[in-house]
Design a protein around this ligand. Structure first.
Ligand SMILES: [Zn+2]
Length: 278
């Protein structure tokens, strides 16, 4: 647990890797998943802010059939996640990405929203460039977070993926040691530095216009505009979006979230919970 808290605080403190309550981490031990609580921040998280859940109960979720309708599905999915909390943990709310963490067989999972990675995942040529630069990583097209995303990533995990790039969202790394997680992240950032420098097209660097929110974080912390909320978190998140737009100029230019996804995130109960915590 000490190691989990240490690497969570370490990566969480770097605004290039994660802003405010974005990103999350986890550890598995003796059939228990310890995952970041929703609305907590990696930079300052303490051991008691991780939520302990029964792995066996979480894995049962993958065998269930859920309703097709968004609100009904997510309500039932959330209820199942919450009922997997160990006794004494009922006052905590686990990360919206809890099931994803459970699905990786590795001991540790690190999920970040790095600006450079999102320069790639929020770009016009993101998928093709990801396949070229990171052939070992899985690429997940934009999809509804929560249950749908977890089940899509599950297919890739079953094929052996330990690195997953999520379009308009971020990246997951899974490994059995914190050192290995750090090496995976560093390797990706180094390759991105090279690609960003090599592919940069000033004509696509259309500052100051942002074409729309890039990731759920931007909706949660900045709102949909036109005015930015008057908070530090909103300003940090906005600065992150500016950098993403800049880096995306090396990968064919920026690609914001789709209108459908913006609607989903805006109305998703899990994100309105996170917004209230911010
Ligand atoms: Zn995320």
């Amino acid at each position: 647990m000490k190691q989990l808290v240490a690497f969570s605080n370490f990566y969480g403190a770097d605004p290039e890797l994660v802003v405010a309550g974005g990103g999350n981490t986890s550890m598995k031990e003796n059939g228990v998943l310890y995952v970041k609580g929703s609305g907590t921040a990696l930079a300052s998280i303490r051991a008691e802010e991780f939520v302990a859940l029964d792995m066996a109960k979480l894995m049962k979720i993958t065998e269930k059939t859920y309703p097709d309708e968004d609100a009904a599905r997510e309500a039932e999915f959330l209820a199942d996640i919450l009922s997997a909390r160990l006794p004494g943990e009922e006052h905590k709310r686990p990360s919206v990405e809890t099931l994803l963490h459970a699905l990786f067989p590795q001991r540790y999972v690190l999920h970040l929203h790095p600006n450079k990675v999102n320069g790639l995942t929020c770009s016009q040529n993101g998928e093709a460039e990801a396949r070229r630069l990171f052939p070992q990583a899985a690429w997940i097209e934009e999809c509804r977070p929560g249950y749908i995303l977890a089940m899509k990533v599950r297919e890739k995990i079953l094929q052996g993926a330990d690195t997953v790039l999520l379009q308009n969202h971020g990246v997951f790394f899974a490994a059995d040691t914190p050192e290995r997680l750090g090496a995976m992240l560093q390797d990706m950032l180094t390759k991105l530095d090279g690609a960003i420098a090599a592919g940069y097209d000033p004509a696509l660097d259309t500052e100051p216009s942002l074409k729309g929110p890039f990731t759920p974080d931007h909706i949660v912390y900045c709102g949909l505009g036109p005015d930015l909320p008057d908070t530090d978190v909103a300003r940090q998140s906005w600065a992150s979006a500016r950098k993403i737009a800049h880096y995306a100029a090396s990968f064919g230019g920026q690609k914001p979230m789709s209108e459908d996804m913006i609607q989903f995130i805006t109305h998703w109960e899990a994100e309105s919970y996170r917004r209230k915590q911010a």
